[in-house]
Ligand binder design. Structure first.
Ligand code: ADP
Length: 368
C-alpha cells in the first residue's frame, strides 16, 4: 500500500516544453485515481514521473512520506499496464504470467502458486494453457493486468489500458479492474481521455487541460454536480452541459428571447451586473412540465435521437440570434422535429460562469 504526495511538481522536457504545471495532490493509500483530459494534456507525463521513467523538473514527490524524486523506478514498488498489452505470442497464458517471476529466479512451486492465485482473481484459470492468439481482446488485457498484478506491488499505474478494446469489452473490463482493485487494494493511478471511464471507476478524478494544468480534483459526484469552471463543466457529462452566453442586465439574462433572473442561482447578483456570463444546465436536468423554482425556456426542435431509455433533443433557443442546446427527455415524450418545444430548467440544476475568467460564479446551491 502507498500514499503519494505531489508538491508543486513540474515537468519541462529538454526541448523546453512545459508539460505539467504545479501538480499538487495527496493520494491516499489504496485510492483509485483517474487522470483525465484530452490528448496532450500531460496525463502520461505525470504517470511516467510517478513511475520514475521521467525526471521531475521541480517540486517534490513523496511515496509513504519519503522523498522519492530520485528513487529508481524498480525501487518504487510499482507495476504498469499500458495500452498495448504486448503479450509474448509464443508463450501460453501461464508462461506470460510467470515470465517476470521466472526471470527473477523464483522457485517453480512459488510461481505455480502465484500464477494460480492471479489467474483466479482474473478469471483466467481455464485459459492458462492457451496462447494469446486464441484469446479475445478483453482476455489479453486481463493477462496484461495479471502480469502486473502477479508482482506484489503497492502502486498500480495504468495508461489507457482499455483503448484497444471494443465498446462492450471496455464496459466489462471497467468493472473487472474495479473489482481487482477492491481485492488487491494497491493505490492505483489510471490515465484515460474517456470521461465515462473516469466517472465510473474512480474514487477521485484529476481533470487536466492542455498545457498540463490541473483544473479540478474531486470525486465523480463533486465534478459532475459542482464543477469549478467552464472546462470541467463541459468535459464531464455526456452529452455535454449546455452553455448560453449573455450579459447580465438588471440581474437577468435576456438574450435569445430568454428572461432568466439569476437571483436564485448566484450568491450576490449585483456583483455580476453588466458582466458577460454563461448560463449553464445539463441536458438531463430539464423537465417537461411546469414546476416551481424553474426557468421556462422556449426552443425549436432541430433533430431528435431516440436512444431507447432516453431521447436526445437537439434544439435552438432564440429567434434571430440563436444558440444550440441538447436536452435529454423521456422517450415517450419525444417532440416532433421543427416543433416549438418548451422545457423547464430547475434553479438547483442551473450554473452561472463568468465568461472572462471561466470560473463558476459563487453560489450556495445544494444540487439535488
Ligand atoms: P497525454 O498523456 O495527456 O496525451 P503527454 O503527457 O503524453 O499527454 O504529453 C504532454 C505534452 O508533452 C504533449 O504536448 C507532448 O507532445 C509533450 N511531450 C511528451 N513527451 C515529450 C518529450 N519527450 N519531449 C518533448 N515534449 C514531449
Amino acid at each position: 500500500m502507498a500514499q503519494l504526495i505531489f508538491k508543486n511538481v513540474n515537468k519541462v522536457y529538454p526541448n523546453g516544453y512545459h508539460a505539467v504545471h504545479d501538480f499538487n495532490m495527496e493520494i491516499k493509500d489504496g485510492e483509485f485515481i483517474c487522470l483525465v483530459g484530452d490528448s496532450g494534456c500531460g496525463k502520461s507525463t505525470t504517470l511516467r514521473m510517478i513511475a520514475g521513467l521521467e525526471d521531475i523538473t521541480s517540486g517534490e514527490f513523496y511515496i509513504d512520506g519519503k522523498l522519492a524524486n530520485q528513487t529508481s523506478s524498480r525501487d518504487r514498488g510499482i507495476a504498469m499496464v499500458f495500452q498495448s498489452y504486448a503479450l509474448y505470442p509464443h508463450l501460453t497464458v501461464y508462461e506470460n504470467l510467470a515470465f517476470g517471476l521466472t526471470l527473477e529466479g523464483i522457485d517453480a512451486d512459488v510461481i505455480e502458486e502465484k500464477v494460480q492465485a492471479t489467474a483466479k482473481i482474473l478469471g483466467l484459470t481455464d485459459y492458462l494453457e492457451r496462447f494469446p492468439r486464441a484469446l479475445s481482446g478483453g482476455q489479453c488485457q486481463r493477462v496484461a493486468v495479471g502480469r502486473a498484478l502477479i508482482r506484489k506491488v503497492n502502486i498500480f499505474l495504468m495508461d489507457e489500458p482499455l483503448s484497444n478494446l471494443d465498446a462492450k469489452q471496455r464496459v466489462t473490463m471497467r468493472s473487472e479492474i474495479r473489482q481487482i482493485h477492491r481485492s488487491v487494494g494497491a493505490t492505483t493511478i489510471y490515465v484515460t481521455h474517456d470521461q465515462t471511464e473516469a466517472m465510473t471507476m474512480s474514487d477521485r478524478i484529476v481533470v487536466m487541460k492542455s498545457g498540463g494544468y490541473v483544473q479540478q480534483i474531486g470525486t465523480p459526484h463533486e465534478l459532475y454536480f459542482y464543477p469549478r469552471n467552464l472546462f470541467v463543466a463541459g468535459f464531464i457529462g455526456e452529452p455535454p452541459m449546455n452553455f448560453i452566453r449573455g450579459t447580465v442586465t438588471n440581474g437577468k439574462i435576456t438574450k435569445f428571447g430568454l428572461d432568466i433572473d439569476l437571483t436564485p442561482v448566484v450568491k450576490d447578483v449585483k456583483s455580476i451586473e453588466g458582466r458577460d456570463v454563461i448560463f449553464a444546465f445539463r441536458p438531463e436536468a430539464v423537465k417537461l412540465d411546469s414546476a416551481p423554482a424553474c426557468y421556462r425556456v422556449k426552443s425549436k426542435v432541430e433533430l431528435t435521437e431516440l436512444l431507447g431509455d432516453t431521447t436526445n433533443v437537439y434544439a435552438t433557443v432564440g429567434e434571430e440570434e440563436k444558440t444550440n442546446v441538447i436536452l435529454k427527455v423521456n422517450p415517450h415524450r419525444t417532440p416532433e422535429m421543427n416543433s416549438e418545444f418548451t422545457f423547464y430548467v430547475p434553479h438547483v440544476s442551473s450554473y452561472v460562469f463568468d465568461a472572462e475568467t471561466e470560473e463558476i460564479v459563487e453560489n450556495d446551491i445544494e444540487r439535488r
